[in-house]
Write a protein that binds this ligand. Sequence first.
Ligand code: G6P
Length: 365
Amino acid sequence: TSVDKGGHKHYMAKEIAEQPTVLTNALGYYIKDGRIELPDPGLDFTQIDRLTMVACGTAFYACLTAKYWFEQIARLPVEIDVASEFRYREPPIAKGTAALFVSQSGETADTLAALRYCEGKADKIVSVVNVPESSIARESDLPLPILAGREIGVASTKAFTCQLTVLAILAVKAAQDRGELDADGVARALDAIKSVPAMMSQALALGEQSNAVSRKLAEARDILFLGRGPMYALAHEGALKLKEISYIHAEAYASGELKHGPIALVDEHVPVIVMAPRDALFDKTISNMQEVMARGGRVLLITDAQGAKEAGPGVWDTILMPEIDPFVAPILYAIPAQLLAYHTAVAKGTDVDQPRNLAKSVTVE
Ligand code: G6P
């Protein structure tokens, strides 16, 4: 391959480290002079009543995160599904629907089939893709590039955070078009998005915290990830990354759903990773965390310094993050999710860039 590892041990490590740079490229492409600019023919959200988002794997968790954004800041109803279910579900597509497909490769067979299902039914077909000449990009009315550069590690990292960045900008555009955010609100949201690359550099500089705790995680057989709101989506992405490359069984749960089953699994052998930026749901997440601790569970808390203080004593370990606007916390908190998976896999000695049984791009059903 023509891309080298740039001094890193694995492509995945290189691609994790590249994120502040590639995100900056994506921001420069979509935000010009403080205004959102989409490539032609653009997208006018006053003409759209609902959004249907479809993808596979990590790209699906980008959709799950974005659903919270579109619904909360743009008040736009969003339906999401994994492509393999969507295409055979034969869902009715109402008038006024934009269908949005997220794919790093732009060639995933199920996602492409889902897109073709929507042709002639959806008002607009939009895609968020990394490979501009891919089938999914070519067959869309509006392909939106994520500008992540070539991604080689099978487990997606920089493509995920670039997908999130483009989707966050699109959610702000939807809020602006639909009159849900005024000029000040739009400026504040864009400032928050623009703050992410520098915050990511800080989080990457703190990466040693993930390395240290990963040596302990490597001994676990099962790991739970908890989060609320968009951090529930990130919990899924953290669990997926860990499964893919360290082969440790990991599961994500919505913090509030824990007591409806998975809390039965909690004992001192099951690390519970709690993703808790200081957002509107922080207190509720922390009280779920305390339920885990009361049952002898070992909690790894990911939050900022103030959050750690408010959470109180008794956690097993903490990963401290820079303070960030809650709107964009999901993009930043992808970093510890990736680093934990990476370092745990390295500690276990697995093939990080080429995990067993997995392919970078799945072009068969
Ligand atoms: C495979 C890869 C994942 C990726 C998924 C979707 O499973 O291993 O990393 O998230 O396909 O791929 P796409 O190219 O459509 O984003």
